[in-house]
Structure formats: structure tokens, C-alpha cells
Design a binder for this molecule. Structure first.
Ligand code: PEP
Ligand code: MN
Length: 264
């Protein structure tokens, strides 16, 4: 169970072939583009974020876009390019699954992401419970923390205890930001569950210049990691350019986050 009552110690999740740890004092710095766009793009971003201290590479291959006419991702080819980026840098890779039938394509993926829109796709969660891969479970756009934990239970009930929770902002009446980052979720979840809790300041704000302050705030309130969108050329990104950092900006964010972490 995800409940802290039955498991007082923080869970530590092992990621990738070299068993990178997340949770219980081990911080995950996940960075990369919203979407994998080309081999050159993903390998260049992977090299830059690794040099800046990222511990994992993110990149969407199957994209949950609001419009069916928007870029839907490179799909299986995108996963192949992520695997090439892993081979080039040694960074474990994180990518989103939308359909359980695609699971065979995720064999070399180190962390399978369940996006906000699928947080309550219970059949998908049950299938992921049958795997033993770490699952990055994002909070739904309008879901309570209790509902997030019940979704984690769906995965854990199948025997997969490797769940990392992610606060990525929720829908409110505010329009200055894409979503409203609920940082109190980190403190509340740490009481409710032993699972690691990371923060996505990119989707939470939708604005690149707000990513650094929110990443610092997440580190200050005890988050177990961050997932941040970084693109080599944000104005030309095929998805989420407005919230994407250039690699040089990510370097500054990583430094600021590490400075905060040293004080908490
Ligand atoms: C993403 O991480 O690219 C993404 C689509 O995030 P979310 O599911 O939180 O909107
Ligand atoms: Mn995105």
C-alpha cells in the first residue's frame, strides 16, 4: 500500500541498469524536451542536461495533445531515439505511455510516465501493476491527493511498488499560469505516503521564466526531484516551447536548486 501508516520509512525507488535512487533523500533531476523531435535534437539536449547534472532524460514519444491536429509525437521511432540518447549519455530515460497495448515498445524505457490525463485510466494502471518498471504517476488536472494515491494503489495492488508521484499543477480560475502549482501537495503527500514526490514546474506554470523560482520552491519544501522541460530551440519546439528552458537556462536552474537543497 501507498499508505505511510503501513510503511513508515520513505520508499527508495531504483531506476535503470545502474540503479539510480529516487526518494529517501535521493533527488531526481529529470530534464529534456516535451517531445522527441529528431535524433540530433534529443542527443544534443541529452548531452547538455547531463552536463548540467540531470540524472534522467525525459522526452515524449506518444503525446496526449488537446487537438488531434497537433503533433502527436514520433511514437515508436521516438522511443528508439530516446534509447540512442541513453546509449550516448548513460542517462536513464522517462517517457509517457497512453495505451497498454504499446507496453512491448517500452522494454528499454527506464521509467514509464502516466500523464495527468491518464491518472484515472484504471485499466492502464492495472497493466502497469503487472510490470516491475518504475512508474512516474502524474496528478490529474482536477484530482485530489487522495485520488492520486488511489491511482498509485491500482499500480501497487498488482505488485509493482515502484511508483513516483508527480505534482504538475491543477486547474483553477487563474489564467496567468497554465495551471496552479500546488506545492502544499508535497508536504501533504509526504505525510500521507512513503512514495517519492517530485514536482513539474514546467507544466505547472506554462511559462519558462517561472520555472526557476518554482523549482527552487519545490526543492525548499522537500520534493524528491524535479522534471523540467529543456529544448535546444524553444521558439521552434513542436510542443510546449513557451515553458521550455534553453540548455544554458537549465544550468542556472540546476545550480539554484542545488544551492537550496544544501540548506534543507
Ligand atoms: C508531459 O510531461 O509532457 C505532459 C504531457 O505532462 P502532463 O501529463 O502533466 O500534462
Ligand atoms: Mn510538455
Amino acid at each position: 500500500s501507498a499508505n505511510r501508516k503501513f510503511h513508515p520509512q520513505d520508499s527508495v525507488i531504483q531506476v535503470g541498469e545502474d540503479k539510480r535512487l529516487v526518494g529517501g533523500g535521493h533527488f531526481a533531476m529529470i530534464a529534456g524536451p516535451c517531445s522527441v523531435e529528431s535524433e540530433e535534437q534529443i542527443i544534443s539536449v541529452a548531452r547538455s542536461v547531463k552536463a548540467a547534472g540531470a540524472t534522467m532524460l525525459r522526452g515524449g514519444a506518444f503525446k496526449p495533445r488537446t487537438s488531434p491536429y497537433a503533433f502527436q509525437g514520433l511514437k515508436a521511432d521516438g522511443i528508439e531515439l530516446l534509447v540512442k540518447a541513453k546509449q550516448a549519455t548513460g542517462l536513464p530515460i522517462v517517457t509517457e505511455i497512453m495505451n497498454a497495448n504499446h507496453l512491448p515498445l517500452f522494454e528499454d524505457v527506464d521509467v514509464i510516465q502516466v500523464g495527468a490525463r491518464n491518472m484515472q485510466n484504471f485499466e492502464l494502471l492495472k497493466e502497469l501493476g503487472r510490470t516491475r518498471k518504475p512508474i512516474l504517476l502524474k496528478r490529474g488536472l482536477a484530482n485530489t491527493l487522495q485520488e492520486l494515491l488511489m491511482s498509485a494503489e491500482y499500480i501497487m495492488a498488482g505488485g509493482n511498488e515502484n511508483v513516483i508521484l508527480c505534482e504538475r499543477g491543477i486547474r483553477t480560475f487563474e489564467t496567468a499560469t497554465r495551471n496552479t502549482l500546488d506545492l502544499s501537495a508535497v508536504a501533504a503527500l509526504h505525510e500521507m505516503t512513503h512514495l517519492p514526490v517530485i514536482v513539474d514546474p514546467s507544466h505547472a506554470t506554462g511559462v519558462a521564466r517561472y520555472v526557476k523560482p518554482m523549482a527552487m520552491a519545490a526543492a525548499a519544501c522537500g520534493a524528491d526531484g524535479l522534471i523540467i522541460e529543456v529544448h535546444n530551440d524553444p521558439p521552434h519546439a513542436l510542443c510546449d516551447g513557451a515553458q521550455s528552458l534553453r540548455p544554458e537556462q537549465f544550468v542556472e536552474v540546476a545550480k539554484a536548486v542545488n544551492a537550496i537543497r544544501a540548506t534543507v
